[in-house]
Design a protein around this ligand. Structure first.
Ligand SMILES: [Zn+2]
Ligand SMILES: [Zn+2]
Length: 240
């Protein structure tokens, strides 16, 4: 009966690839052709921040990038599903700025997928907070839309209000150092009881320099978080 109902639903509302409209197996899935266009991050990669290394590099079981080796990343780990390029940009930017919410499922599934080989415990899933002024203008926090299915997947609490964010003008096209200074002090833990002793997974659509994750990690640890992880759909990859 359930099977019949599903085929009936698929008949009137068929699952289509959100990028090209090709018929697919399941709602939110990409077709094989579109899937192959993304630069998905696989091994080898930095085991701490997920920075992708060239495929032919053999750096042992726990390879580390120079930044993490220098102790610049204080999160327990960061992972991103794919590299920020023309393909992922054409999903991420319309999702963020033009209400193209049809991309939500493919993005959150790819993020869950990129975490599957890590053994970790999570109590709280927290979308990177948006300043109220931006939230008001955009109408939604794109990171919350991605965080909800991730929280459901891990059976964790979705926390959207324990940390607030001050409004600061756009960070676009600035150096890593400028981004770090720009984000410094913008987050404020408003409910320490919900943070203390918790293992927290931060969720964002894109990781640029990591400055946002690093700063959130700093304030969450100060408020007593016992572990902080980060996951993004895509990440900017500069040669290091
Ligand atoms: Zn397609
Ligand atoms: Zn690293």
């Amino acid at each position: 009966m359930v099977k019949f109902f599903k085929s009936f639903l698929d008949f009137i509302y068929p699952p289509l690839c959100p990028l090209c409209g090709e018929r697919v197996e399941r709602h939110g899935n990409l077709c094989a052709t579109c899937w192959a266009k993304f630069n998905w991050i696989t091994n080898p990669k930095c085991f701490k921040c997920g920075y992708p290394f060239p495929a032919n590099l053999d750096l042992g079981a726990k390879p580390m990038c120079p930044h993490c080796a220098a102790g610049e990343c204080d999160l327990d780990f960061i992972r991103s599903a794919c590299v920020y390029d023309d393909v992922s940009k054409n999903v991420m930017l319309p999702f963020k700025h033009a209400s193209q919410l049809k991309y939500k499922t493919l993005m959150s599934r790819a993020m869950i997928n990129c975490l599957h080989d890590i053994d970790f415990d999570v109590d709280v899933v927290m979308p990177v907070p948006l300043a109220w002024r931006r939230l008001f203008k955009r109408g939604y926090n794109q990171a919350t839309l991605l965080a909800r299915p991730i929280a459901e997947h891990y059976n964790a609490i979705l926390d959207t209000d324990s940390v607030s964010r001050k409004y600061k003008p756009d960070m676009g096209h600035k150096t890593a150092k400028q981004r770090q200074e720009n984000v410094r002090g913008v987050f404020n833990v408003v409910n320490k009881d919900k943070i203390r002793g918790k293992k927290i997974l931060l969720v964002d659509d894109v990781m640029t320099s990591g400055a946002t994750f690093y700063e959130l990690n700093r304030v969450l640890r100060k408020a007593g978080a016992s572990a902080v992880y980060g996951v993004s759909f895509c990440r900017v990859v500069h040669a290091i």
